[in-house]
Design a protein around this ligand. Structure first.
Ligand SMILES: [Zn+2]
Length: 255
């Protein structure tokens, strides 16, 4: 039996683990919506690896992998990393054994072209498909405020002056490195990033809406309430998928 949504955070991966296919969840949301924080929480609760393209880039660059070196050349020239490279990095990550049950994707796909390529990759290489796309929505005026209060360390650990302040001001709780504001998070660039997100992501939202995978999440709530809402739509999606399987089996005369 599935745990009711109100207890969902106590439920283990078993809640979604009944699906025979690997479970690939795409988490969408504008910069500042708390997507990374939610991805970490949901990933911990479900026992699915959190695959963040930001982390993947940092890792590939630091380890000087072939893909990292190639991406570095674009980044050093101030150019955008082409979709094909990003897609290759994600595919390499998903083939590692910890992703056998699936993964929670954060920061990918980011464009319509990537979403189409991702569907093709899942079908060809993983005999699977996107399970559900929770999309965190936040009042745009609040996003600017949220991002300008964000601090990071050079290892990518994220803090927030109001929502999750570090224990000691200016120092990362996890690795002791100094905290700073990313160039990206300064108020003047935040507005630009949100604009870019809206332009890139609008077609993505439509794509997943057309496939009935998109679930809107109210991001103007505290962190725990947003987590519960995401778990709740994932449980619903699981129920739909399980029912779909049963109907298909009946149709085949298996039952
Ligand atoms: Zn740190």
């Amino acid at each position: 039996m599935r745990a009711p949504a109100s207890n969902a955070s106590n439920a283990s991966a078993g809640a979604l683990g009944k699906c025979t296919m690997a479970t690939f969840i795409v988490l969408l949301g504008p910069p500042g919506a708390g997507k990374g924080t939610q991805a970490k929480r949901i990933s911990g609760i479900l026992g699915l690896p959190h695959v963040s393209t930001g982390d993947l880039f940092r890792e590939n660059l630091a380890d000087h992998t072939a893909l990292g070196v190639e991406a570095g050349e674009y980044i050093n020239k101030g150019q955008l990393v082409p979709d094909s490279l990003t897609i290759a990095m994600v595919e390499e990550r998903l083939t590692r054994s910890d992703c056998a049950p699936g993964a929670l994707l954060d920061g990918f796909p980011r464009t319509l072209a990537q979403a189409e390529a991702f569907d093709e990759m899942l079908e060809k290489s993983f005999n699977s498909k996107v399970f559900c796309v929770p999309c965190i929505e936040v009042d745009p005026d609040l996003l600017v405020e949220r991002l300008s209060d964000r601090l990071v360390c050079r290892n990518g650990h994220v803090f927030h002056l109001r929502f999750s302040p570090p224990k000691k001001a200016g120092v990362c709780d996890l690795c002791g490195e100094p905290l700073y504001q990313r160039e990206d998070d300064k108020a003047e660039t935040v507005t630009k990033r949100i604009e870019v997100y809206n332009v890139q992501t609008a077609p993505l939202i439509q794509y997943y809406e057309d496939r009935r995978l998109l679930r809107k999440i109210n991001g103007d709530q505290d962190i725990e309430a947003v987590t519960q809402d995401i778990l709740s739509v994932l449980n619903e999606a699981n129920a739909v998928n399980l029912t779909g399987t049963k109907i298909a089996q009946k149709g085949n005369g298996i039952e």
